[in-house]
Design a protein. Structure first.
Length: 100
């Protein structure tokens, strides 16, 4: 029955158009309240789930993007990947067929 409450609340939150992150968090809170866990313990577990390492990944990802943009690697990747989006074959596909 506990799993049913958790899944039904999650589906309800999805059905009303709530974003996935909020729906998962609120359904976890509803499930915890259903099995009579103290709210303070639930919030402590939510806060401890966000570690220092995971919070550092966001600025490093932005830094990597800035380095790629300044070095020209982003433009080269965009040019290479445009072949996959356009109807023409990607530039490296013919070379791969000939060499294999």
């Amino acid at each position: 029955m506990d799993i049913a409450v958790l899944l039904l609340s999650m589906c309800l939150f999805f059905a009303i158009g709530m974003p996935i992150a909020y729906a998962l968090a609120l359904s976890a809170l509803v499930g915890a309240l259903w099995i009579d866990l103290p709210v303070g313990a639930v919030m402590q577990q939510f806060a401890s789930g966000v570690g220092k390492v995971s919070m550092l990944t966001i600025p490093f990802f932005v830094l990597a993007g800035a380095i790629m943009a300044e070095g020209g690697m982003a433009a080269a990747l965009a040019t290479e990947m445009s072949g996959y989006v356009a109807p023409s074959p990607p530039p490296g596909s013919c070379r791969l067929c000939v060499t294999s």
